[in-house]
Design a protein around this ligand. Structure first.
Ligand code: NAP
Length: 278
C-alpha cells in the first residue's frame, strides 16, 4: 500500500511501546483488507495523551492506548462504550463528527479467546480469576457477560480484588481473601491475569495442585516461550493456553471499530506468531 495524504493514521499510545507487536499485526491486517491506513507506535507521556487522542480523532484517525494510560484514556473519550464505563479503562479510540469514541476491546478479545479455548460457551461455569488489575477487570466483565455462573477473584492484595468485585461483579463475583481458602476447591476454569510470567523465572501465581479440580487453565500472559502457568498446568495434565489468542482477538476487535468491517483474523494470527517467533 502507498501512504498518501489521505491515509488514515492509527497510533499506539503508551510508555514504553518499543516492544509492542501491534504495528506488525495491524499493518498486516490493513494490507490484507486493502484499507488505506497506517499504524505506528508513539511513546507518549501522560500529559500528552489527551492532546494526541483529540487531535488524531478529529483528523479522522484513532488508535490504541496501552500501559500506563488505559485508565486516563477512559476519562478523555467523549463517548465511552459500556465496556469502558464498567471497567474504567479504554484501549481503543477513534473519531466520529469531532468526538472521541472509546472502547475497551480487551473485554471482547477475552470473550472471543475464552470461547475459542473452551470450544463453546462459558454459561454456568465456575471460574477462578487470579489478579485484580486491568486485565482482571476485562476478564471478569467478559466472563459475566458470557454468562459464567460464579467468578472467584484471588489477588495478592485482597483489597484490590474487593474493589474490582464491587465495581463490576454483582452477586456472581466472590473474593477469595487468602490463598489457603482455595485448598480443595473445584473450578471449571482458572484464568491468570497477574503479570507473573512476563519474566521467565517468575513462579506461577498459585500452585494449581492445591485445587481439587481445575478443568482448564488460561493465561493472559504470552511470550516467545510457554509461560510458567501453562507449564504448571501441563505438568498436572490440565488443558491450557496462553494470552496469544486474546492478543489477536483484541486487535481484531479494534480493527473492526476503526474500519467497520470484519478483521482478517488469520492474517493477524500469523503476524502475531511471526512476531513471537513461533
Ligand atoms: P496490572 O494492572 O499492573 O495488574 C498486575 C496484577 O499482577 C495485579 O493483580 C498484581 O497484584 C499482580 N502481581 C504483580 N506482581 C505480582 C507478584 N509478584 N505476585 C503476585 N501477584 C502479582 O496489569 P494488567 O494490565 O492487569 O496486566 C496483567 C497481565 O495481563 C500482563 O502480563 C499483560 O501483558 C497481560 N495482558 C494480556 C492481554 C492479552 O491480550 N493477552 C491483554 C491485557 C493484559 P497486586 O494487586 O497485589 O499488585
Amino acid at each position: 500500500m502507498t501512504v498518501t495524504a489521505r491515509t488514515r493514521v492509527l497510533t499506539l499510545l503508551g510508555d514504553p511501546v518499543a516492544h509492542s507487536a501491534s504495528p506488525e499485526i495491524q499493518n498486516a491486517a490493513f494490507a490484507q483488507a486493502g484499507v488505506d491506513g497506517v499504524y505506528v507506535a508513539v511513546r507518549c507521556a501522560a500529559d500528552d495523551l489527551s492532546g494526541f487522542m483529540h487531535g488524531l480523532a478529529r483528523a479522522g484517525g484513532g488508535g490504541n492506548v496501552t500501559l500506563p494510560h488505559k485508565e486516563k484514556a477512559a476519562a478523555v473519550v467523549h463517548t465511552p462504550s459500556e465496556a469502558v464505563r464498567r471497567t474504567g479503562a479504554c484501549n481503543t479510540f477513534w473519531g466520529v463528527d469531532g468526538k472521541v469514541h472509546g472502547d475497551n476491546t480487551d473485554v471482547d478479545g477475552f470473550r472471543r479467546a475464552v470461547r475459542t479455548f473452551l470450544d463453546g460457551p462459558v454459561t454456568g461455569i465456575r471460574v477462578l480469576v487470579l489478579g485484580a488489575g486491568g486485565a482482571a477487570r476485562a476478564a471478569l466483565l467478559g466472563l459475566l457477560e458470557e454468562g459464567a455462573g460464579e467468578v472467584h477473584l484471588y489477588n495478592r492484595t485482597a483489597e484490590r480484588a474487593r474493589a474490582v468485585a464491587r465495581r463490576i461483579g454483582g452477586e456472581r463475583a466472590r473474593v477469595v481473601p487468602v490463598a489457603q481458602a482455595l485448598d480443595g476447591e473445584r473450578f471449571d476454569l482458572v484464568v491468570n491475569t497477574t503479570r507473573l510470567g512476563l519474566e521467565p523465572n517468575d513462579p506461577p501465581p498459585i500452585g494449581l495442585g492445591r485445587l481439587h479440580r481445575a478443568g482448564a487453565a488460561m493465561d493472559l500472559v504470552y511470550g516467545r516461550e510457554k509461560t510458567p502457568f501453562v507449564l504448571a498446568a501441563e505438568r498436572l495434565g490440565i488443558r491450557s493456553t496462553d494470552g496469544m489468542e486474546m492478543l489477536v482477538q483484541q486487535g481484531a476487535a479494534s480493527f473492526e471499530r476503526w474500519w467497520d468491517r470484519p478483521a482478517p483474523i488469520d492474517t493477524m494470527r500469523a503476524a502475531v506468531r511471526k512476531s513471537l517467533g513461533r
